[in-house]
Design a protein around this ligand. Structure first.
Ligand code: SF4
Ligand code: SF4
Ligand code: F3S
Length: 268
């Protein structure tokens, strides 16, 4: 088993901020080391691979040629669509759109990581100057699993990858192609401040008595009731805390168009 071939993974980074990869490196179960040394063969990843330049691009081409129909493509970042100027975002002389379509052609499946890849994210926010599109806007002939969030929770990223490669099938997905195991319930439904919401006890400002007493942040703009993610139970930084516990409303970062949806300090 130790010598068993690890599944090939090609990770493409397009219009992104590296926050999703930063998040991936914080996973503790499985750790990134466990994932890339024991579970997968990470054959291409701009930030994590040792190779550069031509050697890096050859690694991608070799992985595609050696594993037709079997390799997994992971994408972070949005893609200037086919009608956009191809020069808006390029890697090794290829437009993001051309590289995505070439790489997914013989892939087994695609996992879009982060709200840029799943829904367009920050680059697609109004006025979307690069014509940014999501992976599922463009890839229609392969299964696409969406792992949304800006960034997603580390263990959700590694958990979805490990699940797919272990069981060889898609997890149960919601209407936005997100795994139900992590996105099946709203932040609001699992929030420890919910008893205050139910009793009508709301903080009105970030430093009033209600805020100090840990009351509900709904009137400060919390998007928890319409946001589906696992932050309230899995939390961040090895289970240390999460935005609402730190005193900040949920911005709705795992939902479509969250940058334009009024999550940033627009009280309801
Ligand atoms: Fe960065 Fe957020 Fe986009 Fe990830 S989803 S690449 S963290 S802006
Ligand atoms: Fe719901 Fe947000 Fe209030 Fe928590 S803080 S109960 S998620 S509205
Ligand atoms: Fe994002 Fe809300 Fe969680 S802003 S990190 S989904 S609490």
């Amino acid at each position: 088993l130790e010598k068993a071939k690890r599944p090939s993974v090609i990770w493409l980074s397009f219009q992104e901020c590296t926050g999703c990869t930063e998040s991936l490196t914080r996973s503790h179960a499985p750790t990134l080391e466990d994932l890339i040394l024991d579970v997968i063969s990470l054959d291409y990843h701009h930030t994590l691979q040792a190779a550069a330049g031509d050697a890096a691009e050859h690694a991608r081409e070799e992985a595609m040629a050696a594993n037709p129909g079997e390799y997994l493509v992971i994408v972070d970042g949005s893609i200037p669509g086919p009608k956009a100027n191809p020069g808006f975002s390029t890697v090794a002389g290829h437009s993001n759109y051309a590289m995505l379509m070439e790489t997914v052609e013989n892939a087994a499946a695609v996992i879009a990581v982060g709200s840029c890849a799943t829904f367009g994210g920050l680059p697609a926010a109004n006025p979307n100057p690069t014509g940014a599109m999501s992976v599922m806007d463009l890839v229609k002939n392969k299964p696409v699993i969406n792992v949304s969030g800006c960034p997603p929770i580390p263990m959700v990223i590694t958990g979805v990858i490990a699940h797919y490669l272990t069981f060889g099938r898609l997890p149960e997905l919601d209407a936005y192609n997100r795994p139900m195991a992590f996105y099946g319930q709203s932040i609001h439904d699992r929030c420890y401040r919910r008893p205050f919401y139910d009793r009508g006890l709301f903080a009105k400002t970030f430093d009033d008595e209600g805020a100090r007493l840990g009351w509900c942040l709904y009137e400060l703009g919390c998007k928890g009731p319409t946001t589906y993610n696992a932050c309230a139970t899995m939390r961040w930084n090895d289970g240390t805390s999460w935005p609402v516990e730190a005193g900040h409303p949920c911005l709705g970062c795992s939902e479509p168009k969250f940058w334009d949806a009024g999550g940033f300090y627009n009280a309801v």
